[in-house]
Design a protein around this ligand. Structure first.
Ligand code: KG4
Ligand code: ZN
Length: 483
């Protein structure tokens, strides 16, 4: 730090999705927050393309850094630390930010703070100069195109817990995909918000994912939007008419109502269950007018204090990353190890990556990996079947597991059991012939016939079981089945 008295001057870099952003803070004072979005480049694909986003970060980064430095009225030499989003987010996009931050930190001989993006969203409340003041404990409902999570924050550095998460699509992703179905441009959230103003939210009772009483055990605070998206897609396939603006408005309003209802009711349920009297909203979907009004209405009724940051601090931004970096410094945390890397699935309970005492628990990361794979598969199936918007790429571990070994084993074993059926049939045929002719040795012939029948039954059942994956793969290859 340049001076013992002064709060640290921290530059924060955010590149987890499609916003390249650099923020500069001095402690809790916001000096600059420059955001450059690559959204335009993704428009024709109807969603964020990770490789395009990564390349756009690379191109925008030098300009965004120098603009932020100019706006803050400081020089690079004045900086005390560099903070950067390490995860969660898109791997390639994160790598660009982490690479840039490491370069800056190394060349200026500054500590590097690799921080958690989700905790960063809550850290917006640390920016006192913005009239904000983090009061704890608080719940945070973070809803964007990349995440839909409820965090419980008792201490922003030491005690953050992931209370709920989406098991398939993020809410913003569902907005974008449904908008595309309705013939609205990308990004779909603001479009649905706009057209829904003219629609009737009570016209169609679309499903509220994971709100059935049976879901309360395992998924009380988790979200699922793929069923809702599918329901809208099925309804639109049968009854839709993009040329009918009133119909588009009614479907958009009914869909938006279903999303807002689930988001707000689960967040308030989490506050009440954990005795937390505050709720912070964050992420692009927090800009949604219905999400805001419903949250205001229901929080007021439940006696919960609601905090919604201004839009520039709600969507992904570098200021929140810098604010979290400044807080880590204030709490005496050392910088992250320089070997720290992008962590696309970083757990919400880890505010700082590359910090030795927060090594990941192997059991926890295994559960996380399984969750990521399961939800990836559900999203793939629904997208393929109804919208065809997401390229079908399974996680690497799943692709390996699905690999050739089962194929080769099955192909090798099937004929073995197939051949087993031949002596069984011969035993049955010759047995019956002998029974007609011979009176002697009748007992042993009957036993041979029974053994023959059993042999046929066992070979057939085992043969069919083993052949099923081969037949299924052939059907998938021929396009009759979804993988
Ligand atoms: O936080 P954000 O800017 O970027 C990331 O996804 O990280 O959020 C973008 C998402 C998009 O899916 C967009 O459609 C959605 O937020 N969004 C909205 C609204 N404005 C943006 N969704 C619903 N209503 C809105 N007014
Ligand atoms: Zn975000």
């Amino acid at each position: 730090m340049s001076s013992g008295e002064r709060s640290p001057l921290v530059l924060g870099i955010e590149t987890s999705c499609d916003e390249t952003s650099v923020g500069i803070v001095r402690g809790g004072e916001l000096l600059a927050n420059v955001i450059s979005s690559s959204m335009e480049l993704h428009r024709r694909f109807g969603g964020v393309v990770p490789e395009v986003a990564a390349r756009a970060h690379l191109e925008a980064m030098p300009q965004v850094i120098s603009e932020a430095i100019d706006k803050a009225g400081v020089t690079l030499d004045d900086l005390d630390a560099v903070a950067v989003t390490s995860g969660p987010g898109l791997a390639g996009a994160l790598m660009v930010g982490v690479g840039a931050a490491k370069g800056l930190a190394q060349s200026l001989a500054l500590p590097l703070y690799a921080v958690n993006h989700l905790v960063g969203h809550v850290s917006v409340e640390l920016l006192r100069s913005e009239g904000r003041d983090l009061e704890l404990p608080t719940m945070a409902l973070l809803v964007s195109g990349g995440h839909t999570a409820i965090l419980m924050v008792r201490d922003i550095v030491e005690d953050v817990t992931l209370v709920g998460d989406t098991i398939d699509d993020a809410a913003g992703e569902a907005f974008d995909k449904v908008a595309r179905l309705l013939g609205l441009p990308y990004p779909g959230g603001p479009e649905i918000d706009r057209v829904a103003r003219e629609g009737n939210p009570a016209d169609y009772a679309f499903p509220r994912g994971l709100t059935h009483p049976k879901d309360r055990v395992q998924h009380r605070f988790n979200f699922s939007f793929s069923g809702l998206k599918t329901a809208v897609a099925r309804w639109w396939e049968k009854n839709g008419d993009p040329e009918n603006p009133q119909l588009v408005a009614d479907v958009a309003a009914s869909f938006q109502e279903a999303v807002a209802d689930v988001l707000v009711s689960k967040a308030i349920d989490a506050c009440q269950e954990h005795g937390v009297p505050r709720l912070v909203l964050g992420g692009g979907v927090a800009a949604n007018s219905r999400v805001r009004s419903l949250a205001e209405e229901r929080c007021a009724a439940a006696g919960i204090e609601l905090r919604i940051p201004p839009l520039s601090l709600c969507t992904d931004n570098g200021a929140m990353i810098a604010a979290l970096g400044a807080e880590l410094i204030r709490r005496g945390r050392p910088g992250s190890d320089m070997s720290v890397s992008a962590e696309p699935t970083l757990n919400a309970s880890i505010p700082q990556a590359g910090f030795p005492s927060h090594e990941e628990d192997p059991a926890q990361s295994e559960v996380q990996q399984r969750d990521v794979e399961d939800s990836a598969e559900q999203v793939e199936q629904v997208d393929d079947a109804f919208t065809g918007l997401v390229p079908k790429v399974a996680p690497a571990s799943r692709r390996e597991r699905k690999g050739q070994s089962t194929w080769l084993g099955t192909i090798a074993l099937s004929p073995a059991f197939g051949i087993g059926v031949v002596p069984a049939i011969l035993a049955v045929v010759f047995g019956h012939v002998s029974l007609g002719r011979e009176e002697k040795r009748r007992g042993s012939v009957v036993i041979a016939v029974i053994a023959g029948y059993l042999g046929i039954a066992v070979s057939t059942v085992v043969g069919v079981i083993l052949a099923t994956p081969v037949i299924r793969s052939l059907l998938v290859a021929a396009g009759f089945l979804l993988n």
